[in-house]
Write a protein that binds this ligand. Structure first.
Ligand code: AMP
Ligand code: MG
Length: 331
């Protein structure tokens, strides 16, 4: 089977619906990354997603719904602060975890009694979800642990032959996965940082916690314990103030005949002369939007990516740093 990339029109939506209703999976764009969606009511369709990606079977999926979908049929105990957050930031790159009503297949949450819900803002995602009028369980549409896809072509490169259709939605303008927010407690707790930042959540909800995963302890968000987002080449991550060491490493590797690229923001790039650069751009929004496509570009041209962290690491950059650390590890 050759995977087709289709513009989102009536015939592509009709075909997508046929695939989903017969238990298959369709890749679709969102404002964060491309998702690989299946009918959340259909256990074998959901299990199939784990197989297609090679995803560990204890890493739960997010359910995506259209903005007018009545989520109270899927989850209960929605607190006041969550209603306020939803009216401020949804549709958008914010996933909210609630107590599940058990309406969708238990394979979605891997047996947890909670369910993560997301209402994406991307116009193509909204069209797809409206046309289906179903809750769609969807992880990112990449091979598990590889860099997440922010273009239809990235999905094709990872999953060609494994799925029938990728809906074409252009470049994802957010670029990193949604913020995952636990809304089952007295106040919200960030399980995964993203473009809806802690500061934005605090502004609306008053208080916001942040969950830090510790190895050896059961994870509140199982995805946290896995290596993620990694390019298929060697990597190293240097802090912003380790600029000189990063350049030394570049020199050392290059002298060994290894093809090396430096991944950094525009400010850092301007300080470097005569090295191969993967420039993430100037603004925070550009840096987030370009991160995954530059990592994918890097693995095509280099055997070794040396990443240099941005100077600012709070707000939206907290999400970028979280992905950079997982993608490029520590040296
Ligand atoms: P991905 O689809 O690859 O972006 O990963 C989804 C993320 O959402 C993972 O980090 C999961 O651990 C997290 N997640 C999904 N469902 C739940 C849930 N019910 N409770 C906590 N975290 C969840
Ligand atoms: Mg993923």
């Amino acid at each position: 089977m050759q995977t087709k990339i289709l513009e989102i029109d009536e015939s592509a939506l009709k075909l997508s619906k046929q695939i989903i209703l017969s238990g298959g999976a369709v890749a679709f764009p969102t404002e964060t990354v491309y998702g690989l969606g299946a009918n959340a009511f259909d256990t074998s369709a959901v299990e199939n997603i784990f197989k297609i990606k090679g995803r560990p079977n204890d890493n739960p999926l997010i359910v995506h719904v259209h903005k007018d979908y009545d989520i109270s049929t899927l989850v209960s105990d929605i607190p006041e602060y969550a209603k306020k957050l939803a009216s401020s930031y949804l549709p958008g790159p914010l996933t909210m975890v609630y107590k599940s009503r058990g309406a969708v297949s238990s394979a979605v949450s891997c047996g947890l009694d909670t369910l993560a819900i997301r209402i994406p803002a991307h116009e193509g995602a909204q069209k797809f979800l409206k046309y289906l009028n179903l809750p769609i369980a969807a992880p990112s549409a990449n091979v598990s642990k590889h860099v997440s896809p922010t273009q239809a072509e990235h999905v094709f490169n990872d999953l060609n032959g494994r799925i029938e259709v990728v809906l074409q939605g252009g470049r994802c303008n957010g670029g990193i996965e949604s913020t995952v927010l636990d809304c089952t407690g007295e106040f919200p707790v960030i399980l995964r940082s993203g473009l809806v930042t802690r500061e934005m959540i605090e502004k609306v909800a008053g208080k916001c916690g942040e969950y830090v995963y510790k190895e050896g302890v059961a994870a509140r968000s199982p995805g946290m314990k896995y290596k993620h987002y990694s390019p298929n080449c060697k990597t190293a991550l240097f802090n912003f103030d380790e600029f000189e060491q990063a350049l030394e490493e570049y020199k050392k590797q290059t002298e060994k005949g290894i093809a090396v690229c430096i991944l950094c923001d525009n400010g850092t790039a301007e300080r470097i002369v005569g090295a191969e650069i993967l420039n993430l751009g100037k603004t925070e929004a550009e840096i987030a939007a370009n991160l995954y496509s530059k990592l994918r570009e890097g693995e095509q041209v280099a055997d070794f990516i040396i990443a240099i962290a941005p100077e600012k690491q709070d707000g939206a950059m907290a999400g970028v740093m979280n992905r950079l650390k997982k993608a490029c590890g520590s040296k």
